[in-house]
Write a protein that binds this ligand. Structure first.
Ligand code: ATP
Ligand code: MG
Length: 432
């Protein structure tokens, strides 16, 4: 007999059919001559009833002694049962154990640190399974959109040569007899590639030695980055919102079940499938914050707290543009009309989540870029190759980076980014 998945048997057409299922014991109870096993596989859960009067004494005995997370195969008849989770159950005729499980370390009610120390087992939880399924759709949908819209996928390096921008958050590694660094962003390499491919993207891990532990920073995260020749800031903002809206739409289509199991209120997600998203300038953001009584002045960066307050005004993601150049990276192009601000933007997720995308138009003038590098105190010789791009056929261009776990965290309604990645890394934790 061919094994079926739990999702396949959970429908009226299967009532009365004999099927065989494989999976893990999720819950286990013995009540008056019957064993109730909730079986879990990658597609869902189903209650299986092993009745002492209907199976052999050996099968019943095996069923009684099953430990949580034992792997088993069961053969039986599908029945409708409104009281069972999902509305169906399996009346078992035969049962076979693949791998026993005794005293599974997670019994419910454990604290966060304990669960993180047992991540390799806790990962089987329904919560993390549902999040991983949503993340799968996020990655798939992102790729779909990019393929349909003519973007080339490229593979930038992870080991990088120079301690450029953001030295404080760089991870250093031994590279033969030299030092190298783990990439924080593929951007500079993507910029190299637009001179032949024009519209490029990559999905890579980015590494940031974030010193403080927050609920939205990881030391290793998945970074979707886009870079395009001929695009100005507004062109690339349009791309950022179309891509985001498409991903949300696909998750709503494909993960209705997972969102429900996570108790996610999807009304804001529904609204976020429509573009354009609202746009405010940094100046307006500061005004709004001041009106709400926050002590912030022009020139200061917006932290998580400021972002959270701003998100109260919006019911979809929204852009903040034209940041002071002092708080943004050297490669962002300054606004020709207002040289104190850059043509840079962040896209913030609503409901308190904050930044999910950061992007900009890039400085394409050799002399201006050279000066910005000096002003930041960097060594122009480290950037010779990057400056060369402005020497040989420079073009206006723009790009952005989207943090996959930030987006998943918001879409799934998680309260911490660690649950948006199977094996979270942040200061103080790298396990397993
Ligand atoms: P933040 O201000 O939130 O620390 P950033 O401005 O340093 O982020 P960028 O350099 O603009 O981040 O990176 C692009 C995107 O990568 C961000 O919009 C965010 O979605 C994501 N990102 C950045 N740092 C992290 C991190 N430590 N963990 C997870 N995602 C991150
Ligand atoms: Mg940013």
């Amino acid at each position: 007999m061919v094994f079926m998945s739990i999702a396949q048997v959970m429908n009226d057409d299967m009532i009365g059919e004999e099927v065989e299922l494989r999976g893990w014991v999720y819950r286990h109870r013995v009540i008056g001559g019957k064993v109730f096993v909730v079986l879990r596989d990658s597609t869902g859960i189903i209650q299986c009833v092993i009745d002492s009067s209907k199976v052999s004494p050996q099968v019943y005995d095996t069923a009684v002694n099953l430990g949580i997370e034992s792997s088993i195969a069961v053969k039986g008849i599908v029945r409708k049962e409104p009281r069972a989770p999902g509305g169906y159950e399996l009346h078992v005729k035969d049962l076979r154990v693949y791998g026993i499980s005794r005293d599974f370390p997670i019994k419910g009610g454990e604290g966060i640190e304990y669960l993180l120390d047992n991540r390799h087992l806790w990962i089987r939880s329904r919560k993390l399974t549902n999040v991983m399924k949503i993340k799968h759709t996020v990655l798939k949908a992102g790729r779909e959109w990019l393929l349909e819209n003519g973007w080339w996928e490229v593979t930038p390096p992870i080991l990088t040569a120079s301690a450029c921008e953001g030295g404080a958050t760089l991870f250093e590694v031994k590279y033969f007899d030299k030092k190298a660094y783990l990439s924080q962003s593929a951007q500079l390499y993507l910029e190299v590639l637009i001179y032949s491919l024009e519209k490029v993207w990559s999905l890579t891990p980015s590494f940031r030695a974030e010193q403080s532990r927050t609920r939205r920073h990881l030391a290793e995260y998945w970074h979707l980055e886009l870079e395009a020749a001929w695009y100005n800031m507004y062109d690339i903002m349009n791309v950022a919102e179309e891509l985001t809206a498409y991903i949300i739409k696909r998750v709503l289509e494909e993960n209705e079940r997972e969102l429900k199991l996570l108790n996610r209120d999807t009304s804001i997600l529904e609204k976020s499938t429509k573009t354009p998203y609202p746009r405010i300038t940094y100046d307006e953001a500061i005004d709004r914050l001041k009106k709400k009584g926050l002590a912030i002045s022009w020139g200061e960066d917006l932290g998580a707290d400021e972002e959270r307050v701003l998100t109260q005004d919006f019911e979809t993601p929204f852009f903040i543009t034209h940041f002071p150049k002092e708080i943004k990276s050297f490669y962002m192009k300054t606004d020709p009309k207002r040289p104190e601000v850059v043509l840079g933007f962040d896209l913030l997720a609503p409901e308190g989540y904050g930044e999910i995308i950061g992007g900009s138009e890039r400085e394409d003038n050799y002399d201006k870029l050279y000066q910005r590098i000096l002003d930041e105190g960097y060594d122009p010789s480290d950037y010779k190759w990057y400056l060369d791009l402005r020497k040989y056929g420079s073009v206006p261009h723009s790009g952005f980076g989207l943090g996959i776990e930030r987006l998943v965290m918001w879409i799934a309604g998680l309260d911490h980014i660690r649950d948006a990645i199977p094996f979270p890394r942040y200061r103080g934790r790298i396990y397993p």
